[in-house]
Design a protein around this ligand. Structure first.
Ligand code: GLU
Length: 300
């Protein structure tokens, strides 16, 4: 049996905080305890928000915590051609269409729909795509693209579902409602998700499943906030014919008022705590792990 492969996949759009430390330590420790491999992946597809100094800080903070990883590190921004190929493959299956509404237009359409009855929201609380771009005639689409109109490439969820079987994943952790074991994916809850944009040929959902497969990741260990995104990931894995890892979604580290930590909150940034004299063992205890990383059972 090849060894299990774990990964920690932060986006360099801010400094790592205690929640990231918890996730990275769990992954690293699981790899160590199972004789597995630990990979670090930089998810930097968003050129407007990701910055080299945040990436440098990721390496520094993780090394300070005592975590080591295989090199070279995969940086998603270096693999756009690979993601573009996957979008083309889905387009060849007739599963992709461009939509041209701006964010403001979408908000206006949703407000109109909401006026008659509450318009459906995805598991993150964002309204499902309300537009009619799916039925635009091909020549109109071509014309809008030729004119340079910004667009998003969306997955036709109904067509994608019609091509796929029942989707179930094995959850070793726990979802927000206590889901564990075999979980039925519900990708339709996300509507026609965006898989790429004019200026960025990929999206979080697409690049994460492609990279997990390319890197041979067997165990995805990440925060519970991404639990229902797994539904979309399973759908894409089946459409693209790539292997499905097992998943372990872990508890989120919250601030004193019970909110999920954010990269914009200085107080819980690892470099801030380090600057105040905290040691790696203090970080472990702040996130509820014993000093010897997570040398504890049932931590997540
Ligand atoms: N890049 C994502 C984040 O920083 C994590 C992706 C994942 O673990 O699937 O939230």
């Amino acid at each position: 049996m090849p060894p299990p492969v774990f990964r920690f996949a932060p986006s360099p759009n801010g400094y790592l905080h205690l929640g990231h430390a918890y996730s990275a330590l769990l992954n690293f420790d699981l790899a160590r305890r199972t004789g597995g491999r630990f990979l670090l992946r930089i998810e930097d597809i968003d050129a407007t928000r990701c910055r080299p100094e945040f990436e440098a800080a990721i390496y520094e903070d993780l090394a300070w915590l005592g975590i080591s990883w295989e090199t070279p590190v995969r940086r998603q921004s270096e693999h756009f051609a690979r993601y573009r190929k996957a979008v083309e493959r889905l387009a060849d299956l007739g599963l992709i269409y461009p939509s041209f509404e701006s964010r403001a237009e979408i908000a206006r359409l949703v407000a109109q729909r909401d006026a008659s009855a509450p318009w459906p929201r995805d598991p993150d609380g964002a309204p499902l795509y309300p537009g009619a771009a799916k039925s635009l005639p091909p020549d109109q689409r071509r014309q809008l693209i030729a004119q340079g109109t910004p667009y998003a490439l969306r997955l036709d969820m109904a067509a994608a579902r019609a091509r796929t079987n029942q989707l179930t994943w094995i959850e070793h952790g726990e979802g927000p409602g206590g889901e564990t074991g075999a979980v039925h994916a519900q990708p339709e809850a996300w509507g026609d998700v965006i898989l790429a944009r004019k200026e960025t040929p990929t999206s979080y959902h697409l690049s994460v499943v492609i990279d997990d497969a390319l890197q041979g990741v067997t165990d995805v260990v990440r925060g519970r906030d991404l639990f229902w995104s797994t539904s979309v990931h399973l759908l894409l894995q089946q459409l693209l014919g790539i292997p499905q890892p097992v998943y372990r979604h872990h508890r989120l580290i919250e601030d004193a008022s019970g909110h999920k930590l954010s990269k914009s909150t200085q107080a819980t940034a690892l470099r801030e705590l380090r600057g105040q004299g905290a040691a790696p063992a203090d970080i472990c205890s702040l996130v509820g792990l014993s000093g010897d990383f997570c040398n504890t059972t049932g931590g997540c």
